[in-house]
Design a protein around this ligand. Structure first.
Ligand code: ADP
Length: 182
């Protein structure tokens, strides 16, 4: 599982780690964006929350993740990016994983200072990257998601996420290799 503030580069790194580890990249943000683009029912339901920088209701998000984790390609491992994002989702994830006979091996915590985050986000140009929604997403992260890290402290490893894309991937791979549970 990857965790870090909006703009920490989780998506970029998850895609690269997915190749190196040969495990699917499951990004709730990507799944929502794909569904919004295709105007599916799920996409229509998620749109206003994503646009506002709010969390999509847990009920919707949890069901989506549950379905995705049950797919054949996720049975040998997966990279979870953007989920769980609050305590309720973390509890649901535990249930889902135990039903599937799976567990989390490691939580990669991406660390980037605030100044760098704003710089990255304002140059990204995604439709939910206006200054106001960025600020709101950061608040949601600090209040709802960051507190989860403590819950995962036994398997959490910190990754300095400032540097070149390649350097950060190497650091993440090293961090995973250092995990005693791995
Ligand atoms: P970022 O990390 O930049 O916030 P994401 O692509 O992870 O971007 O998420 C974009 C948006 O998708 C979020 O602001 C939120 O509206 C929605 N979203 C993603 N993951 C979740 C989740 N686990 N629970 C609820 N909403 C989510």
């Amino acid at each position: 599982m990857l965790v870090g503030p909006p703009g920490a580069g989780k998506g970029t790194q998850a895609a690269r780690l997915s190749e190196r580890l040969d495990a699917p990249h499951i990004s709730t943000g990507d799944i929502f964006r794909e569904n919004m683009k295709n105007e599916t029912d799920l996409g229509k339901e998620a749109q206003r929350y994503v646009d506002a920088g709010d969390l999509v209701p847990d009920e919707v998000t949890v069901k989506m993740v549950k379905d995705r984790l049950a797919q054949p390609d996720a049975q040998e491992g997966f990279l979870l990016d953007g989920f769980p994002r609050n305590a309720a989702q973390a509890r649901e994830l535990e249930d889902v994983l135990s039903e599937l006979g799976q567990r989390l091996d490691a939580v990669l915590v991406f660390e980037v200072d605030d100044e760098e985050l704003v710089k990255r986000l304002t140059s990204r140009g995604r439709s939910d990257d206006t200054e106001e929604t960025i600020r709101h997403r950061q608040e949601v992260y600090r209040s709802e998601t960051e507190p989860l890290i403590e819950h995962y402290q036994d398997i959490a490893v910190r990754v300095d996420a400032v540097g070149s894309v390649e350097e950060i991937t190497d650091r993440a791979m090293d961090a995973l290799a250092d995990e005693p549970d791995d």
